[in-house]
Design a protein around this ligand. Structure first.
Ligand code: AHR
Length: 495
């Protein structure tokens, strides 16, 4: 397949925050994940240093916290200071020990070197409670919350720049769900109070690709918003952990832009392009498995609603298909880089995350290496890249046949070099990519991420999916062979 790259025609600059992550107080993401004081890998503050190193290697730019559904009954004051008590997490129906709260998260983000992004409680919480949190984090010393932070050992403000109002308050599953009209008003009052405390913060609010919800939100609150938040999980596994096979996942790759395009269209129609950015602040191919907690019947025994969450720890669930999908989603974010300025992989650690922790170390799942390649090898300017991909038939998860492009290619500029992200979704055949440039490159190198089969995955003591990093080779214009079911990053230099 020919692909015509025109470096002079720049589409836009991608914001590094499209490579962001999310952590929720759910299962082993926080306790037993990033925070495990009993672990031999823990540092003096209880953070796992092997996890910190892995997150630093993929230069995580931003982490959203503390939820997710968890946040919609979370009161931040319960987990700061010296007089904390364990509290009952009404979303996930477990006891939270309150050992990890605002200050611990700030410390963690400083160690990672990323921005903290706070999601506030718009379920049982109030605009005042949200703005109290902003006082605690961002005021120098004015008022009782800034003074409380100082008394807790933090004389300098935490300077939290990114805040969002609510999580998924549009959903019946969410504690404190609201109608579109209620949401517009509530978000406005929350935004006013937050901006009254610190007008410099950047503010988002929970949204989805729904015209009525977003119109209400933007009409009431648009002038206060810098972002609009949407979420996406394609392989629905909440109640039944029957994950889509490779073909089913390839069918999903045709739908990575659906939500973005709808929200983009509305922002354009309302003249908000360039004023409000899209934060795709929860995304993952696979939704999390937690049966009998999102609706009726609610599980009664731990066997019904708690123990099944351990299923999320099965590494075989996260295979080459996850890497191929993740690359296609990030390619979509790159193509839409003028609107999508943040995306947060849900989550970073454990559950469906790209890093899995166990008592003797960590496993870097295939999706981790997609971030490794995209963050460390792709450029920051997206340029015009024209091609006509062959198509292939795939059976989707419902058993219906769908068509999808075989190849998914994005071109970026990195100083004076061109770097392509090229995905070959074909499960059986290698495909040839024939890049065409105005100027003939001198040399190229190609890094390939794939496994022996579409079901290859990484496990404790066995890494079957990791990048094969290539050396520089002379460019002879004889095309590039992209292995079957592979993610490829190809760098060209012209001098
Ligand atoms: O399954 C986990 C949940 O997915 C998150 O808590 C929520 O934000 C999303 O619906």
């Amino acid at each position: 397949m020919k692909v015509k790259i025109t470096p002079e025609r720049e589409i836009g600059k991608r914001d590094p925050m499209i490579y962001g992550h999310f952590l929720e107080h759910f299962h082993r993401q926080i306790y037993g994940g990033i925070y495990d004081p009993e672990s031999p890998f823990a540092d003096e503050e209880g953070f796992r240093e092997d996890v910190l190193d892995a997150l630093k290697r993929i230069r995580v730019p931003v982490i959203r916290w503390p939820g997710g559904c968890f946040v919609s009954a979370y009161h931040w004051k319960d987990a700061v200071g010296s007089r904390r008590q364990p509290f009952f997490d009404k979303a996930w129906r477990v006891e939270d020990p309150a050992k990890f709260g605002t200050d611990e998260f700030i410390r963690f983000c400083r160690k990672v070197g990323c921005e903290p992004y706070f999601c506030t409680n718009a379920g049982t919480g109030t605009p005042e409670e949200m703005s109290d949190w902003v006082e605690y984090c961002n005021l120098e010393k004015e008022g009782k919350y800034a003074r409380w932070r100082i008394a807790n050992g933090f004389p300098r403000p935490h300077k939290v720049k990114y805040w969002s109002i609510g999580n998924e308050n549009y959903g019946s599953w969410e504690i404190g769900a609201k109608s579109a009209e209620e949401w517009g008003r509530f978000a406005l009052e929350s935004a006013k109070m937050i901006k009254h405390v610190d007008p410099s913060v950047e503010l988002s609010a929970a949204a989805l690709p729904d015209l009525d919800w977003n119109l209400n939100l933007l009409r009431h609150c648009g002038e206060f918003l810098d972002w609009i938040s949407i979420h996406g999980y394609w392989d629905g596994l909440v109640e039944e952990n029957r994950w889509a096979d490779y073909e089913g996942v390839m069918a999903f790759t045709s739908h990575t832009a659906d939500s973005i395009e709808k929200v983009e269209g509305l922002l354009k129609a309302m003249g908000l392009e360039g004023k409000i950015k899209i934060a795709f602040d929860e995304w993952n191919l696979r939704s999390w498995h937690h049966p009998n907690t999102f609706g009726l019947p609610m599980g009664v025994t731990p066997k019904e609603y708690l123990y099944p969450r351990d299923e999320n720890d099965r590494n075989e669930t996260y295979n080459v298909a996850d890497a191929v999908f993740g690359a296609c989603f990030l390619n979509t974010c790159l193509r839409h880089c003028n609107f999508v300025k943040m995306a947060n992989f849900a989550p970073a650690v454990n559950t469906r995350g790209c890093i899995y922790t166990h008592k003797d170390g960590i496993v870097l799942r295939p999706t981790y290496y997609v971030f490794d390649l995209y963050v460390n090898d792709l450029g920051d300017t997206v340029v015009d890249c024209w091609y006509e991909s062959p198509r292939m038939q795939v059976k989707n998860k419902e058993g219906r046949m769908e068509e999808t492009d075989v190849l998914d290619v994005v071109a970026t500029k990195k100083q004076d070099r061109i770097v392509l992200a090229a995905v070959n979704k074909d499960p059986e055949k290698a495909r040839t990519l024939q890049p065409e440039f105005e100027r003939k490159p001198k040399a190229y190198r190609i890094h390939v991420l794939t496994g022996d089969t579409v079901d290859s995955y990484n496990e404790i003591g066995k890494e079957a999916v990791r990048p094969a990093r290539g050396d520089w080779q002379e460019w002879k214009e004889d095309g590039l062979l992209l292995p079957k079911h592979s993610v490829n990053v190809i760098e060209f230099r012209f001098s």
